[in-house]
Design a protein around this ligand. Structure first.
Ligand SMILES: NC(=O)c1ccc[n+]([C@@H]2O[C@H](COP(=O)([O-])OP(=O)(O)OC[C@H]3O[C@@H](n4cnc5c(N)ncnc54)[C@H](OP(=O)(O)O)[C@@H]3O)[C@@H](O)[C@H]2O)c1
Length: 423
């Protein structure tokens, strides 16, 4: 990342997608990241982000924030700032080289179906005509909207919402941000329009079920009456947008949002599943007693375990997450009778796995949590060492069933699948 190329300005950095963009720019090594915020005293941003006050609905407030900036990640406050959009966007386009704009998939319709999508379409039009380098990261439904359920989830049991069958391919904010960061930091996506969605279509009721599975909480979806749904929409939408939004939601119970391949095409990996989004937001969904007197719940242990394995941090699992009387139940050769080992057995087994060949990749699924137990599936791709390293590759999966006591893993039972050859 070249610092001589000027400063990155991230707007909406106190929000979900903008916050991820700022963090991911830092993770990618940028040292020149600035956030535009309306209230610096309330902004909680990672160390390393320069915070500058400014309001997108007030052109005169943007001067200091734009100083030395070449690339902007733009989160536009839609209806709230529509009237000033032409003036403010012209000012930004005049001062910077590139704008990566967080838009919505609905902005691509010939006649956007609600005022928010129409606002995004107008902003896109202004940017296209402005002469600035632009990229549009159009989002489908954000998984982050489901944080509105957090209080009901924590309160226990029932999530009430309109349109149980409203089917969306909700997207993780980390994916929207990652696509945005690529468009900011490389020259490969100037003039591109991305439709960024999650990898699967899920109804509201299905998403509540997944939140229950990942958190281990016993949850149920209950459909609101249309009048209750209208009331809830009125809390954040202007009156004239409420009926259009109701009609749009009704349509989407019959016609699902599409699933696109844009994340995979830009990032070279599939879009993150909803299950992963829930695991990344466990702290929001779990009741406060999930950590009681310093003892984490099973769901928290499960999420931490998966993150540690994903980071290749097996030591952390051995040292920190297993109890002194931990028992591993596994067969030595994947098909024989199960044998019981202690922590040393896990180390011996890891060595044995390493000795049988070269592991090229491990995929770890999100955990399924029930009571004091959780299950995780691992998929390995390896080369068998008895053949040359260029020899046949094989894939196999294991499911481990863990038992947790007072925040530590006390038992792991491993179930194997026979390896199959892969190309
Ligand atoms: N939610 C969806 O499903 C969805 C789908 C497609 C597109 N979108 C679009 O994505 C964008 C972000 O939505 P979100 O729900 O992710 O938002 P969010 O997390 O609530 O973040 C909104 C951000 O905008 C900032 N902001 C608001 N008014 C501002 C102003 N006048 N000047 C400067 N900053 C201002 C807020 O900062 P402070 O309040 O801290 O100042 C906050 O950081 C919106 O344009 C939305 O229409 C959303």
């Amino acid at each position: 990342m070249n610092e001589n190329e000027g400063t990155y300005l991230v707007t909406g950095a106190t929000g979900r997608v903008g916050g991820q963009v700022a963090r991911q720019l830092l993770d990618a090594g940028a040292t020149n990241v600035r956030a535009l915020v309306r209230d610096p005293s309330a902004a909680r941003l990672p160390a390393g982000v320069e915070v500058v006050r400014g309001d997108l609905s007030d052109a005169a407030s943007l001067d200091a924030a734009l100083d030395g900036v070449t690339r902007v990640f733009l989160v536009w406050p839609t209806l709230q700032a529509d009237a000033v959009a032409p003036r403010v966007l012209a000012l930004i386009a005049d001062r910077v080289r590139r704008v990566v704009y967080l838009s919505s998939t609905g902005a691509g319709a010939a006649e956007p179906n609600d005022p928010v999508n129409a606002s995004h379409a107008r902003v896109e039009h202004i940017l296209r005509e402005s002469g600035v380098e632009w990229t549009f990261v159009r989002g489908g439904g954000f998984a982050g909207n489901d944080l509105a359920w957090a209080e009901q989830v924590r309160g226990g049991g029932v999530v009430r919402e309109g349109f149980a069958g409203w089917r969306r391919s909700v997207v993780h904010e980390a994916d929207l941000a990652a696509v945005g960061v690529r468009a900011l930091t490389t020259d490969d996506h100037v003039g591109a329009v991305f439709a960024v969605t999650g990898p699967e279509v899920l109804s509201q009721a299905e998403r509540v079920r997944i939140i229950g599975e990942v958190t281990g909480l016993d949850l149920r979806f209950e459909e609101q009456t249309p009048e209750e749904t209208r009331e809830a929409l009125r809390t954040w939408l202007p009156e004239d947008a409420v009926e259009d939004t109701m009609a749009e939601m009704a349509t989407m119970t019959r016609v699902s949002e599409p699933v696109t391949a844009d994340v995979a095409e830009v990032l070279g990996r599939p879009a993150l599943p909803y299950r992963r989004w829930v695991a990344d937001h466990l702290a929001d969904f779990l009741p406060e007693n999930a950590v009681s007197e310093g003892v984490p719940s099973t769901a928290r242990v499960a999420a931490e375990y998966v993150r540690a394995i994903e980071h290749g941090d097996v030591r952390a699992v051995l040292d920190r997450m297993t109890a002194p009387d931990y028992v591993l139940v596994a067969s030595d050769d994947m098909v024989g009778s199960p044998v019981e080992f202690g922590v040393d057995g896990m180390e011996r087994r890891l060595e044995a796995v390493a000795g049988t060949g070269e592991i090229h990749g491990v995929e770890v699924d999100e955990p399924l949590v029930r009571g004091d137990r959780f299950a995780v599936r691992f998929t390995f791709v390896s080369t068998v060492s008895t053949s040359p390293r260029t020899g046949p590759r094989r894939a196999y999966a294991e499911i481990s069933l863990f038992t947790v006591r007072t925040g530590r893993i006390v038992r792991e039972e491993v179930f194997h699948q026979r390896p199959t050859a892969v190309r």
